[in-house]
Design a protein around this ligand. Structure first.
Ligand SMILES: N[C@@H](CCC(=O)N[C@@H](CS)C(=O)NCC(=O)O)C(=O)O
Length: 257
C-alpha cells in the first residue's frame, strides 16, 4: 500500500509528554510499518487485530530512504494517531507491550503482568536466537548451527515452557484462563518455525510438547484471531513469509553461496 513514512528520526520532545500519553491512551487509528512478512511484525499485527483497532499495515517502499526516518533504523514502527497528533514508537518489545496493555492482554495485576513479560521475553529471545544463529548465519555453517540450536536453546525452551503450561492446567494459556501477550508471542514463534525450510524437524520437537501445541491452537482458534488469520491480508503475509525464508539472503542482497 502506498504511504509516506513520517520523519521520526528524533523523538518528540516539544509536545508535553502528558499530551502524547493521551494520544496513546485514546488512539483513533494506528499504522504499523513492517516488511511484508510475518516474522517480527506479526505479534503487533495480531494484537491490533485482536483488539479490534482501526489500523493498517504498511511496508517500506524504499527502505534505504525510510530507514533514517525511523527512531532506530529498523522496523516494526507503530504510528499512533489521534486528531492532528501522532505518537511514534519503535522496538518490538515496546510496541507489543504498549498494544497488549492497551487491549487488556497483560493480566489482572502486577504479578501476572510480570509473569506475562517473562514468558514473552523468553519466547521473543528464542526468536532472535534462532534468527541470528540459524536463519542469518552463513549458508555453509547453517546446518550445524541448526543442530546446536535444536539440541540446546530450543530443547530447553520447549522443556521449560511445557512445564509452566502444564502447571497452569494445560488450558492453552500461560496465566489463568485468559489470552495474554505471551500466548500470542509464543503462538507466533511456533508458527515462525513452521514457515522455515527445516519446519519438519523443528515441529517434530515442538510436537512432543502437547501443552505448547494446545496454546498455539487456542490462540489460532480464538474467533477474533481466526477471522484475522483468514483475511486476504494475513494469508498473503503467510505465503510471502514462507517464500522469503526459503532463501532470506536472496531478498537482502547478501551472498547466497
Ligand atoms: N531491536 C529491534 C530489531 C528489529 C529488527 O531487527 N528489524 C529488522 C527486521 S526484522 C529490520 O528493520 N531490518 C532492516 C535493517 O536493519 O535495515 C526490535 O526489537 O524491534
Amino acid at each position: 500500500m502506498a504511504h509516506s513514512t513520517p520523519n521520526a528520526a528524533q523523538i518528540n520532545r516539544t509536545t508535553p509528554s502528558s499530551e502524547l500519553s493521551q494520544v496513546m491512551a485514546h488512539p483513533e487509528s494506528f499504522r504499523l510499518l513492517y516488511f511484508p512478512l510475518e516474522a517480527q511484525g506479526q505479534t503487533s499485527r495480531d494484537l491490533l487485530a485482536y483488539g479490534g483497532a482501526n489500523w493498517e499495515g504498511v511496508s517500506p517502499q524504499n527502505w534505504l530512504e525510510e530507514k533514517d526516518k525511523t527512531p532506530f533504523g529498523c522496523v516494526p514502527v507503530l504510528y499512533i494517531n489521534k486528531g492532528d497528533k501522532q505518537v511514534v514508537i519503535s522496538e518490538t518489545h515496546a510496541v507489543e507491550n504498549y498494544l497488549a496493555k492497551h487491549f487488556g492482554l497483560m493480566g489482572d495485576n502486577e504479578y501476572e503482568e510480570t509473569l506475562i513479560r517473562a514468558f514473552h521475553c523468553s519466547s521473543a529471545t528464542l526468536f532472535t536466537n534462532f534468527q541470528s544463529a540459524v536463519v542469518w548465519n552463513m549458508p555453509e555453517v547453517r546446518e550445524k548451527a541448526l543442530e546446536g540450536f535444536k539440541a540446546n536453546k530450543l530443547a530447553h525452551w520447549v522443556k521449560t515452557h511445557e512445564r509452566h503450561l502444564m502447571d497452569n492446567g494445560n488450558n492453552g494459556h500461560y496465566i489463568g484462563n485468559k489470552m495474554s501477550l505471551a500466548d500470542i508471542r509464543t503462538a507466533n514463534l511456533i508458527r515462525h518455525f513452521s514457515f522455515q525450510p527445516w519446519a519438519t524437524e523443528l515441529m517434530d520437537i515442538i510436537s512432543q510438547a502437547p501443552a505448547l501445541l494446545k496454546l498455539r491452537d487456542t490462540v489460532e482458534n480464538d474467533p477474533k484471531m481466526h477471522q484475522w488469520k483468514n483475511s486476504d491480508e494475513a494469508k498473503k503475509l503467510a505465503t510471502s513469509t514462507m517464500a522469503f525464508f526459503v532463501n532470506p539472503f536472496a531478498a537482502s542482497g547478501r551472498p547466497t553461496a
